[in-house]
Design a protein around this ligand. Structure first.
Ligand code: ACO
Length: 398
């Protein structure tokens, strides 16, 4: 309904599409979504299979290079990424310079954008070696910067990357290690985080990816472009919904209040957070996988009492005509907040936990954009609604 064809002064017709609901701005062969059928594929591989069999770094390779790696290619790729996890000490000083209560997402955004100053080769967009190397650096270093942004907010020392740990376990260790002893997560927790990372790695032209592509279309490096992506993801309408789900579950308080809450939603008093999606008019395939991971994590942490309320909400909503008619189903955020809370992440870290894996998708989309000869600088039109041709009014006559 937002899409209108409007005659303008500089052309016969302009389509007015303020949310880009029906406007494609690029070609892409990375991620496929069929929202009606509830299908999500990376490079043609169903998300369910990748979540079950793959690792995040393997998926990052797939997104970037278009094919699953062989065993040798994967070993080489893991080694390459994992040897670049350390960040310049000046970045540590930079993160330390913020107020202790600064949001970790704001610190991460600034740290990522600042990477360009350490790696000027990133500006050489026509040099394939420089492009690839700086993508590796960003994917390798973002968990370190994200973990340090968190440690700074709780007044703890920064934990350095550990060569003995894989990508996800090392990230958890940099976040949670408190003793000299190396933090080793329970394998079930580790697998659940790996799964969440895979599910969040890419989602075609969402708001943050569009920001990355738009900034890249002006000829910008991967750090500057991804910094813009983090800025977009920081917005509550994009990255903040799982936090809103937890708030909602707490407000409902107990299973027997779910019916009243649903009535309130149907009367337009509030929205059922974690339900509905611009693209999915079916069960979000990521939500199905996360629901299963929830059970695995709770085996380790004990059940989050809010789960009971969430399950009841889902059960009632899926049978209720209001939700059925509008094709509202659980989305990726409905269960992820419950897992993050059970793992003792504070709510302001939830969006950071989205940004770290999504970096793989941003890098793949950035690369596709800057190497596409058809890609022009992204510059939408507007429908001008202001005054025209007024004469300047001197100050004493206004
Ligand atoms: N609860 C109750 N009603 C809803 C909900 C909801 N969560 N979502 C949509 N509706 C209703 C609307 O009121 C509208 O009803 P109407 O036709 O009677 O007016 C109808 O469904 C269509 O809704 P729109 O807002 O037009 O759908 P849109 O595609 O623009 O919005 C969105 C999608 C923003 C995700 C929406 O479903 C929503 O607000 N959900 C809750 C927030 C949330 O979970 N966001 C996370 C999205 S996933 C992500 O970003 C990673």
């Amino acid at each position: 309904t937002d899409l209108r064809a409007i005659p303008t002064h500089d052309g016969p017709l302009t389509s007015f599409d303020p949310g880009f609901v029906n406007t494609a701005a690029c070609h892409s062969s990375i991620t496929y979504i069929d929202g009606d059928a509830g299908i999500l594929e990376y490079r043609g591989y169903p998300i369910e299979q990748l979540a079950q069999h793959s690792t995040h770094l393997e998926v990052a390779y797939l997104l970037l290079k278009g094919e699953l790696p062989t065993a040798d290619q994967l070993a080489e790729w893991d080694k390459l990424v994992n040897t670049h996890r350390f960040v310049h000490e000046n970045v540590a000083s930079f993160i330390r310079a913020y107020r202790h209560d600064a949001h970790p997402m704001a610190k991460l955004m600034a740290a990522v954008a600042s990477m360009q100053t350490f790696y000027p080769s990133s500006r050489r967009l026509d040099d394939p070696g420089a492009r690839d190397m700086n993508i590796v650096r960003l994917i390798a270093k973002i968990p370190t910067m994200a973990a340090w942004s968190y440690r700074h907010s709780i007044g703890r020392h920064f934990v350095y990357p550990n060569d003995e740990l894989g990508y996800v376990d090392n990230f958890l260790a940099m976040l949670f290690q408190s003793q000299q002893r190396v933090y080793r997560p329970d394998p079930r927790v580790s697998r659940a985080m790996e799964t969440l990372f895979i599910l969040h790695a890419d989602h075609e032209q969402n708001c943050s990816t569009n920001a990355v592509r738009s900034v890249a279309s002006a000829g910008n490096d991967v750090y500057t472009s991804s910094g813009a992506g983090i800025g977009a993801l920081f917005g509550p309408l994009h990255g903040g919904a799982n936090e809103a789900v937890l708030k909602m579950l707490r407000e409902i308080g107990s299973k027997d209040k779910v019916g009243d809450f649903i009535d309130g939603v149907k009367n337009g008093r509030t929205r059922l957070m974690g339900f509905g999606h611009r693209v999915y008019k079916n069960y979000d395939p990521r939500a199905k996988v996360i629901k299963k991971s929830t059970e695995e994590v709770f085996e380790v942490t004990g059940v989050n009492p809010l789960l009971e309320i969430a399950l009841e909400l889902e059960k009632i909503a899926l049978e209720d005509e209001y939700f059925v008619k509008r094709r509202l189903y659980p989305n990726v955020d409905f269960y992820s907040g419950l897992i993050y809370e059970a793992l003792r992440f504070p709510p302001e870290m939830f969006t950071v936990l989205f940004a770290v894996p999504r970096t793989a998708g941003w890098c793949a989309q950035w690369l596709e954009g800057v190497t596409d000869p058809e890609q022009k600088i992204m510059r939408p039109k507007q429908i001008y609604t202001g005054h025209r041709e007024r004469s300047f009014v001197p100050m004493d006559e206004r």
